[in-house]
Design a protein around this ligand. Structure first.
Ligand SMILES: *Cc1c(COP(=O)(O)O)cnc(C)c1O
Length: 760
């Protein structure tokens, strides 16, 4: 694999590197099946080409069963695995009757699942599906097109839509170098590697037109027509189309538009977003898909509304732009994910002018100023930059945040766009609380327990909260605890192995050990903390009183151990310094063997963590956690959340199913709020979590703790399953029946146009 080790390489810097490895011949080779498998294993090719396998417990087991070491070496990528596993292992597998039988049964189950197809639901029909647009998708680690929460959420949305037969297609981008891989140097500093994903056999198919040629769309960028080709990822019953500008006809600099996820400057992002939004709509047209609703998942894809408007104006000579707006708003819904204005994509007018030529603006029958106003909170403010969120709010009939609190925060944040309303409470922004795809995130061993106790339809039972609650309440304490301990042991061995790789025999950072066998213990209360390293996530809160922390870690009777993971954005020096500080703690205490940082947090690491820890900690500065989803994954596996009351946890927490840190409303002074939260964090650990965990009942089990685990699984699974989330979108957001709101936001444009003397 080709590696790039510079931090955030720019498109032009690495353009030369690409020469010679992007001929069409080599691209198609990289995706072809190059190997003939024994007849008994042939269905594995189909299985590997649909991500359905990735959320079936038996899916990974089949591949692992052929050669476990090679499976891990291929990082659980079945395409890569099938192409590179030794012939000896393949023929051993072909002669293993039990394995061959399992493969046949699995293929049959997949055929039946896919055969069931999609059904009409509300406004969505198979002829008029929802088109879901997102800049990143976290389907599985073997498709590295995500960086974090937003991508995982989009992946879970598609998987639930598949399970629920929802007519929906996904549109996104295929990043040649994906997101970076994280390494920690000996001084605790984060370093980044970029891998060429085109060399790693992705489970994608090229999208072809009627003549068998690659289907391509054209988007005008930086003065030339840029081509983007499409790839198809099959996610169960859902088609996910990914656009990629790495085609021979493009200039080198344009081949790299879809090079890095969140890689370069604002200029890189604006051209990526033009490919996503405008290229995405053009792709749907070429595919003959006529969506009944366009779902903008975060503002990155908001340019799609301009393309829809342009189409309308082209088809309706003489129409005013306002008619186009009304037409676009009818079809578009927007989900915002950021609780602070600084977190929203903003482009300078200069960038925008370079990206959209006058032809595009003229086609909308707008002046340049009117065009720029579309992305301004206050259209009369020429000094304001162009924001993708204001554009989306203006052009969509429905806007929602991703938790109850985030809806509230968003109404306040964007009230400036609705100045004709009396108060922020009236701002037409609602919320749909996020969820996670439970079959993806619940450990296979626990799924087996649920299946035995509840029945083969255990995963559907989640849709019936009362029945689910009763079923979970009747689970045997000892059975749950036994499975949990196995998963905890699995996690610890995973961490030891991972840590061994970066082991130097020294003790410079917390993941360098003299003996990794001494690292962590399955008997010790284990707290997981894994999330992006960013100032507002307050990684340093736990470290704010080292004496109090080490007293917990060093306790001879009732110790606590910690597992950390998370990436810092390559350009965020402050975040890297926070990480370095954590890595460099070197006390003469048990810290070194009871705290570990696992590098390169991704979906695979996340799965081990949420399935194996006892407690899942989260301490964001309020109100910066729009929702958060990792805590939901942990809860469904019986881990107890230990979190600041922000985002989803305000809705999830009931006093039994986990622990709250600090008050609902923090003090206004940031320093004081941090201090109060840190105090609460230590106190809850010392007086509630540690005693409950270590207190054993007469049967030798931590009865009180298990009761909390069961309450967590019972209450949080149905409420925060992405099945519930997708159904909420279908009923309340995709279906416009009674949620059409007034054209308030569009009034901003009318005011300006009124001033300039044009008719409204
Ligand atoms: C679930 C998940 C996230 C999102 O979790 P938060 O609660 O928002 O921090 C991020 N990264 C990975 C790899 C995940 O699996």
């Amino acid at each position: 694999m080709k590696e790039f080790t510079s931090a955030g390489p720019r498109s032009t810097e690495i353009a030369d590197e690409l020469l010679g490895i992007n001929s069409p011949h080599q691209i198609s080779d990289a995706f072809a099946v190059t190997r003939t498998l024994p007849n008994e294993l042939k269905r594995l090719v189909d299985i590997s080409m649909n991500f359905y396998w990735s959320w079936q417990p038996e899916g990974a087991e089949i591949f692992r069963g052929i050669d476990p070491e090679h499976w891990d070496k291929c990082e659980q990528n079945p395409r890569h695995f099938l192409d590179s596993v030794s012939g000896l292992r393949l023929w051993q597998a072909a002669l293993d009757e039990a394995l061959v039988q399992r493969i046949a049964e699995f293929a049959q189950r997949m055929d039946a699942y896919l055969g069931e197809g999609q059904v009409d639901l509300g406004r969505l029909t198979t002829d008029g599906p929802a088109a879901y647009f997102c800049a990143e998708y976290g389907i599985h680690n073997s498709l590295p097109t995500y960086s974090g929460g937003l991508g995982i959420l989009a992946g879970d949305h598609l998987k639930s839509a598949s399970d629920l037969h929802v007519p929906l297609v996904g549109i996104g981008l295929l990043y040649r170098y994906g997101y970076f891989r994280q390494r920690i140097a000996h001084d605790g500093w984060q370093e980044e590697d970029y891998l060429d994903v085109f060399e790693s056999k992705l489970a994608l198919g090229p999208v072809l037109d009627a003549n068998g040629e690659r289907l391509k769309v054209m988007v005008h960028i930086r003065g030339t027509e840029v081509l983007a080709q499409a790839w198809l990822a099959s996610v169960g019953r859902i088609c996910l189309y990914l656009l990629d500008t790495n085609v021979p006809e493009n200039r080198d600099v344009d081949k790299l538009i879809t090079g890095h996820l969140y890689g370069g400057t604002a200029e890189t992002r604006i051209v990526q977003e033009k490919i996503l939004g405008i290229g995405g709509v053009r792709l749907l047209r070429k595919l003959g898909i006529s969506p009944s609703v366009y779902h903008l998942n975060e503002g990155h894809s908001a340019f799609l509304t301009l393309e829809l408007a342009r189409e309308f104006m082209a088809a309706n000579t003489g129409a005013e732009f306002e008619a186009a707006v009304s037409h676009v708003r009818d079809q578009c819904v927007f989900t915002t994910h950021t609780p602070v204005s600084a977190g929203n994509d903003i482009f300078s007018i200069e960038d925008l002018r370079n990206c959209f030529d006058s032809n595009f603006i003229t086609a909308l029958r707008l002046s340049e100023d009117e065009f720029f106003d579309l992305g301004r909170v206050d259209p009369s403010n020429d000094g304001e930059a162009f924001g993708m969120t204001p554009l989306a709010i203006r052009m969509c009939r429905s806007v929602n945040g991703v938790s109850r609190k985030h809806g509230d925060v968003s109404r306040g944040l964007w009230a400036g766009m609705f100045t004709d309303l009396g108060s922020a409470d009236d701002v037409p922004i609602t919320h749909v609380t996020n969820g996670v795809h439970h079959p993806t995130w619940i450990a296979p061993a626990l799924q087996r327990l649920y299946r035995e106790a509840i029945g083969p339809d255990w995963d559907r039972t989640v849709a019936d909260p009362e029945r689910w609650r009763q079923a979970v309440a009747s689970l045997d304490d000892a059975a749950i605890w036994t499975v949990h301990l196995k998963l905890k042991n699995l996690l610890i061995e995973f961490l030891r192995l991972r840590t061994k790789r970066s082991d130097t025999g020294g003790r410079d950072t917390i993941n360098e050990h003299l003996d990794t066998h001494e690292l962590l213990s399955p008997d010790v209360l284990t707290v997981g903390f894994a999330r992006r390293v960013a100032a507002y996530k307050r990684w340093d809160l736990l470290l704010s009183d080292m004496d109090r922390l080490l007293a917990l870690v060093d306790s001879p009777e009732r110790p606590v151990q910690f597992v950390f993971a998370g990436k810092a954005h390559p350009q965020d020096r402050t975040a890297k310094e926070i990480l370095q500080q954590l890595m460099s703690i070197n006390h003469g205490s048990n810290w070194q063997r009871r705290a570990v940082f696992v590098e390169d947090y991704d979906q695979e690491v996340a799965r081990y963590l949420v399935q194996g820890v006892d407690v899942w900690m989260n301490v964001p500065r309020r109100p910066f956690e729009a929702s958060g989803t990792s805590g939901m994954k942990a809860a469904m596996n019986g881990a107890l959340n230990f979190s600041v009351l922000d985002g989803w946890w305000i809705e999830g927490h009931n006093g039994v199913n986990g622990f709250a840190i600090g008050p609902l409303e923090p003090e206004a002074d940031e320093e004081k709020a941090d201090e109060a939260d840190a105090g609460s964090l230590y106190q809850v650990l010392e007086t509630q979590i540690v005693p409950d965990f270590y207190d054993l009942g007469e049967n030798g089990l931590p009865t009180r703790w298990i009761a909390r685990m069961k309450d967590s699984i019972a209450t949080i699974t149905p409420q925060f399953a992405s099945d519930r989330m997708v159904m909420d979108y279908i009923r309340r957001i995709y279906d416009p029946a009674d949620q059409r709101r007034d054209n308030h936001a569009a009034n901003g444009i009318q005011r300006r146009r009124g001033q300039t003397g044009r008719s409204v």
